[in-house]
Write a protein that binds this ligand. Sequence first.
Ligand code: FPP
Length: 245
Amino acid sequence: MKAQGLPRHVAIVMDGNGRWATRRFLPRVAGHRQGVESLRRCVRACAERGIEALTVFAFSSENWNRPKDEVSGLMDLLLLVLQREVPRLAADGVQLHFVGDRTGLSARLVSGLAKAESDTASNTRLVLNICFNYGGRWDIAQAAERLVREGLPITEVNLNRAMALAHCPDPDLVIRTGGEQRLSNFLLWQSAYSELYFTDCLWPEFDEAALDHAIEAFRSRERRFGKTSEQVGGAQPLPLQSQVA
Ligand code: FPP
């Protein structure tokens, strides 16, 4: 089997913040705050390893249904990330993109997101996509709507160009922490051929070693993109003699 190189694009469902906090008798939002620390560590580790793009799921279209104080806690956290983390990310060569529906976000947040994107637009070390008020179904629908508006046919190529992550190659590796084994409306279109990796590790505890385990698992997989193993240079048929033996 042909070994894989490094994934170019890693995407992560950062799950388990709530449980991390509850186990420590802390409010859930304390888990999300710890999640920001984990995200900072992960961004640095990805850049050091030469990964080109990292996409993380920070707030889903469905997260509005959480308790009010948790939703406002996550909005405040995004503001804090903009104020405190963006200058550091900018200095570290990270190009930021906020991916998701901005309607429903406060005017202050919307202008902060736009400023963070323009301040980091010329950086090239690592692309960091933060999916906020994002859903895979929303993305497919907004891409289709855009094509209709522009009078373009709904083809795979046109949809690809209209999707919110058109500036990145599809994710090679999708990681989900926190023990659940589902995509939960994350990158539905883009993950068609991604390798999926699930770990019980809670997001606040996901460290460099955990990232390396995920990368090692990725490297041991055979990616066939619909072809056969022989076509992609993997398993060769055994010579007849050894098949008999
Ligand atoms: C899922 O864990 C996590 C979230 C809904 C929020 C993820 C946010 C961060 C990691 C912080 C980064 C935030 C910003 C704004 C950039 P959960 O709450 O569902 O955990 P549980 O399954 O243990 O309850």
